[in-house]
Design a protein around this ligand. Sequence first.
Ligand code: COA
Length: 161
Amino acid sequence: MLEIKIRNVKEEDFIDIMHFATNCAPIPLERDSIYHDLTRYFATTCFIAEKEGKMAGFILGWISQVNNTIAYIHNICVDPDLRRKKIGIDLYNRFIEDVRDKGVKKIFLIINPGNKASLNFFQGQDFKISKEGEEIVIKGDRAVKDYNGPGQHMIVMYKEM
Ligand SMILES: CC(C)(COP(=O)(O)OP(=O)(O)OC[C@H]1O[C@@H](n2cnc3c(N)ncnc32)[C@H](O)[C@@H]1OP(=O)(O)O)[C@@H](O)C(=O)NCCC(=O)NCCS
């Protein structure tokens, strides 16, 4: 039986998260300071999974500052050697429980077209594809054209809670 502990991040976790994130393709790497900012200022909605005291995954997200009934999952990543063991689901559930308790009613996230694992993961959690902006079909996926700037088309997903 896989013993996984989920806990809120602490500020000093940012260096471990930074190294861990190199195994999270296709999620792009952030500037190091972004991981630090998230663990320092958004620790209440960021979690890590640990197996025997070692990081096995993380989920980083926040509640919108302009509408506190909306949350955003910035990224979620599980150790490639530990995937398909429900660690992603455990992290996701912890995030959901936390933001629901804080009054969140809707969650957004974005996915790179072609990231079938992630698409399947979130569709399995009842996320729907959001229709906004101009649609473009890439690798069979419906994405929002230029969502993150020219040529950076993203699948935008949401879930009502
Ligand atoms: C997406 C990710 C976090 C899933 O983590 P995980 O711990 O492996 O996922 P789980 O074991 O909790 O999977 C739950 C369900 O999601 C779906 N799923 C997960 N990985 C999948 C894959 N590679 N292919 C298809 N479906 C997948 C399945 O329905 C799975 O249930 P099942 O194993 O009973 O079939 C992981 O693949 C990852 O870290 N990917 C790289 C980073 C990334 O793309 N993050 C998402 C960007 S927002």
